[in-house]
Design a protein around this ligand. Structure first.
Ligand SMILES: O=C[C@H](O)[C@H](O)[C@H](O)COP(=O)(O)O
Length: 227
């Protein structure tokens, strides 16, 4: 029986195998945030001579990439990102996700939106029939915390301020529990439309294109019904 850490290592390796054929001297790849993405970064470092560099979804990932000798570009300098590799906190069979457990959701959504392909790397504990057991992170402008909390209560959720945490963008995170998310894209649009919300951690309007799912039986490849 593989541990969750071993499952993460296997999916990080599978992501490397997925990315290696895409690497070329002019290629900049998108890098996510979190423990699974970290394992991918560590494996990628051995191949840094094969590609130009990376764009990153957090200061933490940028620091890790830089320490390993992978050049990190400002996204504004880059026209094309062929692939974005990142983990998730929950994913469903339609490759809709909840992300932001590490608070990096906004930059993750930005880099993912630029990338041609989002490849989500998860162990099987993240696959759920319906999103919402993992509290939904929402990045909020500080002065709007109380109002956003009241507004998400109308969707059946209870918002808790993530204590002692400030995002890379100088904002705060509300973690919303108690949601049963039957229509992820609809809820994503509704929450993102609340004044003061920077973005919510639902990735459904544009979910992953591919998921590499690490199971006890091996790494499975799932494709989005959208693609
Ligand atoms: O903000 C963090 C990100 O959305 C992560 O991708 C997510 O929390 C999954 O992280 P991990 O791979 O550590 O479970």
């Amino acid at each position: 029986m593989l541990t969750q850490e071993e499952l993460k290592q296997k999916v990080a390796r599978a992501a490397l195998d997925y990315v290696l054929p895409l690497l070329a001297p002019d290629v900049v790849i998108g890098i996510g945030t979190g423990s699974t993405a970290n394992l991918f970064i560590d494996g990628l470092a051995a191949h840094k001579h094969l590609f130009k560099g990376a764009v990153s979804s957090s200061e933490r990932s940028s620091a890790r990439l830089t320490a390993l000798g992978i050049h990190v570009f400002d996204l504004n300098q880059i026209d094309r990102v062929p692939v974005y590799i990142d983990g998730a906190d929950e994913i469903d069979a339609g490759l809709n996700m909840i992300k932001g457990g590490g608070g990096a959701l906004t930059r993750e959504k930005i880099v993912a939106s630029v990338a041609d392909r989002f490849v989500c790397i998860v162990d099987e504990s993240k696959l759920v029939p319906c999103l919402g057991k993992f509290p939904l992170p929402i990045e909020v402008i500080p002065m709007a915390i109380a109002e956003v909390s009241r507004r998400v209560a109308r969707f059946g959720g209870t918002a808790a301020l993530r204590q002692g945490f400030t995002t890379d963008n100088g904002c705060q995170i509300l973690d919303v529990s108690g949601l049963r998310i039957e229509s992820p894209a609809e809820l994503e649009a509704q929450i993102n439309n609340i004044a003061g919300v920077v973005t919510c951690g639902l990735f459904a309007i544009a979910g992953a294109d591919v998921a590499l799912l690490s199971t006890q039986q091996g790494v499975q490849t799932l494709y989005s019904p959208r693609s």
